[in-house]
Ligand binder design. Structure first.
Ligand SMILES: Cc1cc2nc3c(=O)[nH]c(=O)nc-3n(C[C@H](O)[C@H](O)[C@H](O)COP(=O)(O)OP(=O)(O)OC[C@H]3O[C@@H](n4cnc5c(N)ncnc54)[C@H](O)[C@@H]3O)c2cc1C
Length: 427
């Protein structure tokens, strides 16, 4: 097995993971000896890296399986519209490949995430029309934590495979390593984006307007020093165009919003530089927690006041809160159930906190701010979208409870059956 020192070449977008000094980086499944793993892992578990955008893809003294090098194939089947991708494919590369065929997959707000985006649910600005990423999985191949290979196809699913199939959709990282996924794709249409800075009153109004949006429209907002919004609309049908014209007329009063039309979803870029969000700062480490909740309705004023209170005590300017909108298609399970249990969610806010790396005092302030802000937001957004694993933080158990709720016991049972040695991240 090739031994690589993390700090030498393990380049990942997440800076906590880049600086973690993993015990080893391995790049193929055959490097893992599942049943004699004590010498490889010690008593510890294996980290999996796909896009490398979370702090859990590599950790001090743990082995990382980096899927990006050997599991990065993308193959589009023009006959059935299904794209098959390796477990280490980045969402940006997926969109680039699909664009060649005039197709799209509903990816999120960034090109950086890998297959972790899909396995943890996958919320896109287009999800209200096309569902979550997990809703569009056609087949999966991979290894269970006990080393057993599996291949499950939605159309030929056997009774004994249903439990694994369901849990892969939202909870895969706890008991499996996914090496290949087949995804349903969609024909691409132009995308309208209405974006710009707004003030608190305007954000309140926009949230209220957005809660009556049809499936082709969604609102996302980012609230740091200033507030930036993106209304995203797909222009597919004649109705879409009429609805969008009406919307634009009603947005006329928001003077700083600018409307642009992109030829397809892959051309849209989120996270404006002008907001200075520090996502890519080389010297900062960070954590993110993602929440879920229903319509805000008459409580938008209360929400804005709560966020203002949260922002007033930000430990530094890097910290922010943002949100994306779900609903319509995401409210329904497609076929078999999934482990994205909060289907009634309409908003997914996330809190981003950051600190100067190696500054333990600043880290504590930043993590405390994250937890206290989460507590303040629970009234509006009581549930969790487990897009990041935080088993290194003491909020982990509460997050797991709130993410899997009524399915947590079943998930624990599946973990005991399929990953009895605890080779994969702990629940
Ligand atoms: C800039 C940015 C924008 C984002 N926007 C959105 C958004 O719009 N919508 C949304 O829903 N989320 C969004 N996210 C969250 C992101 O999708 C999740 O955090 C996701 O888990 C990241 O996956 P990754 O592969 O990039 O990360 P990694 O750190 O490589 O993986 C995260 C964890 O997922 C598991 N995992 C990854 N791949 C596999 C695999 N093949 N088999 C088994 N387990 C695996 C592993 O446990 C791994 O530790 C965003 C994140 C960032 C950084």
């Amino acid at each position: 097995m090739k031994v690589i020192k993390n700090s030498q070449i393990f380049e990942v977008p997440n800076k906590n993971a880049r600086d973690a000094d993993a015990k080893k980086i391995i790049s193929t499944i055959s490097d893992i000896k599942f049943n004699e793993n004590q010498d490889l892992f010690g008593k510890k578990y294996l980290c999996i890296c796909s896009g490398g955008t979370t702090s859990s893809c590599s950790k001090k003294d743990l082995v990382t399986l980096d899927l990006r090098k050997n599991y990065n194939n993308i193959k589009f089947n023009q006959e059935n519209g299904i794209v098959s991708i390796g477990g280490g494919v980045l969402m940006g590369n997926l969109l680039d490949e699909l664009e060649k065929y005039g197709r799209l997959f509903p990816t999120g707000l960034s090109n950086l995430p890998g297959v972790g985006f899909i396995l943890t649910g996958g919320i896109s600005p287009l999800s209200r029309r096309y569902g979550l990423a997990i809703d569009n999985i056609q087949y999966v191949k991979g290894y269970l934590g006990n080393g057993k290979y599996f291949s499950i196809s939605k159309n030929k699913i056997k009774k004994e495979e249903i439990d694994i199939w369901e849990a892969i959709k939202g909870a895969a990282p706890f008991f499996s390593i996914i090496t290949e996924i087949g995804l349903k794709t969609f024909k691409s249409f132009p995308i309208l984006v209405c974006e710009g800075f707004v003030n608190e009153n305007e954000l309140m109004k926009l949230i209220n307007i957005a809660e009556s949006f049809p499936p082709n429209l969604s609102l996302q907002w980012m609230f740091a020093d200033k507030i930036y919004v993106y209304v995203v609309g797909e222009l597919k049908t004649a109705d879409d165009k009429i609805i969008t014209q009406d919307l634009l007329a009603s947005l006329n009063k928001f003077k700083s919003l600018e409307t642009k039309i992109f030829s397809n979803f892959n051309k849209v870029r989120f996270f404006p530089r002008a907001l200075n969000l520090f996502e890519l700062s080389q010297t900062n480490h960070s954590e993110v927690i993602s929440l879920l909740g229903g319509n805000i309705g008459n409580n938008s004023h209360k929400l804005i006041q709560t966020i203002q209170g949260i922002n007033k005590v930000r430990p530094n300017n890097s910290c922010y809160i943002a949100a994306q909108q779900l609903g319509c298609k995401t409210e329904l399970e497609q076929g078999h159930d999934s482990y994205f249990v909060h289907r009634d969610s309409i908003w997914k806010p996330w809190l981003y906190t950051s600190w100067k790396k190696d500054d333990l005092f600043e880290r504590e302030l930043a993590i405390n701010w994250l937890i206290e802000s989460w507590n303040k937001l629970k009234w509006f957004f009581p549930n969790i979208h487990l897009a990041q694993l935080h088993n290194h933080l003491n909020i982990h158990n509460e997050e797991i409870d709130l993410a899997f709720a009524r399915k947590l016991n079943k998930l624990k049972l599946l973990k005991n059956i399929y990953d009895p040695e605890g080779n994969l991240p702990p629940l």
